[in-house]
Design a protein around this ligand. Structure first.
Ligand code: GYE
Length: 328
């Protein structure tokens, strides 16, 4: 009798403990920070690495991530942000596809009391409309690419014709990389940027646009112009262009020297194959820093207005060594 009373007591105690544990878990879930993140799309290997970094950092930080892919369209991003506001998420972060056109939706987030963190690309909007920016210094990346080009062609008397493949029109990395590149190139008389065309940061467009450029680039006198250098605003466009250059019977990396930006794995492989000459690093692994910033804004602490990451330049000489530790 005593022993059955004891076992009933144990069962009741166990059930109570399970119920309490359930409650505690529920409370933990309720207290998790909810982060709405609007990603640009999946246009490049850089972007895939960026998405993966954000998703895995949210999981390890126990942050409830609501992730939305805008497929490179601003209207999809605005709709996603409005959805996050309606759902009353704790924080909104997004990588703005272009720099302009965000004021209205940023004001709506502010009116709802939801802090916004910009990642990767900057906007031209009043600084009071967002908590801070986390990403790269794209102007400096453009300068680094230009300095590499300048080092390759030191003779001030032989003209160097450059073709530029630009990223998405109106996007911060396209505008800023062009600005930094032209700033340095403009200081040396032998360089001429003979064509600048957008290929939307995509490999297939890089190939198509480069094929067209190779077919119809003329000198002012009307004869076919020789292209000495290709500067692509990202690796994927350079990798597409390499295919077009080969299809035109030229040797990428030799007949046309190529420098791009991002430093994704495929760029290292192309450098090892001798087809790409150099790539400037743009670091997509911003997930852990973003989760730290998210936690800080939720607890009311200010975050840096601009948080830049360190980046390097890789060439064919350093590619073999550097690819060993590459994560993307
Ligand atoms: O360079 C490109 C991607 O915004 C820095 O976007 C990013 C750029 C990156 O599509 O590959």
């Amino acid at each position: 009798m005593a022993s059955s009373r004891l076992s009933i007591t144990i069962i009741i105690a166990t059930l109570a403990a399970i119920a309490m544990a359930g409650c505690a878990r529920k409370q933990d879930d309720d207290q998790r920070i909810v982060l709405g993140f609007s990603q640009i799309g999946s246009e490049s290997a850089w972007r895939l690495a960026n998405t993966e970094s954000i998703k895995s950092a949210a999981a390890t930080s126990n942050i409830d991530l609501r992730f939305s892919d805008a497929q490179q369209k601003q209207e999809n991003q605005i709709a996603a942000i409005r959805g996050f506001i309606a759902d009353k998420v704790d924080v909104i972060a997004f990588a703005p596809v272009v720099t302009t056109g965000w004021d209205a939706v940023l004001l709506e987030a502010k009116a709802a009391g939801i802090p916004v963190i910009l990642t990767d690309r900057a906007v031209s909007a009043d600084a009071s409309l967002y908590a801070g920016f986390l990403g790269s210094d794209f102007v400096e990346e453009g300068r680094k690419a230009a300095r590499w080009v300048v080092d390759q062609f030191p003779d001030p008397k032989s003209t160097v014709n450059i073709v530029q493949l630009q990223g998405t029109a109106g996007a911060a990395p396209a505008q800023d990389r062009q600005k930094g590149f032209e700033e340095i190139i403009g200081q040396h008389a032998q360089f001429r940027i003979i064509r600048s065309e957008t290929a939307d940061f995509e490999r297939a467009q890089g190939e198509a646009v480069m094929a067209r450029v190779l077919a119809d680039t003329k000198t002012p006198a009307g004869s076919k112009a020789q292209i000495h250098v290709l500067f692509a605003h990202n690796d994927d466009m350079a990798l597409g262009a390499i295919k077009a250059i080969e299809a035109a019977g030229l040797r990428p990396g030799k007949d046309i020297r190529i420098v791009s930006i991002d430093a994704v794995r495929a760029a290292f492989e192309a450098m090892i194959a001798g087809k790409l000459n150099a790539t400037v690093e743009c670091n997509p692994l911003m997930g852990p820093q973003l989760m730290t910033s998210v936690t800080e804004v939720v607890s009311g602490r200010p975050i840096a207005r601009r948080h830049f990451v360190d980046e390097a330049v890789f060439t064919q000489d350093t590619a073999r060594q550097a690819i060993q530790t590459r994560k993307y």
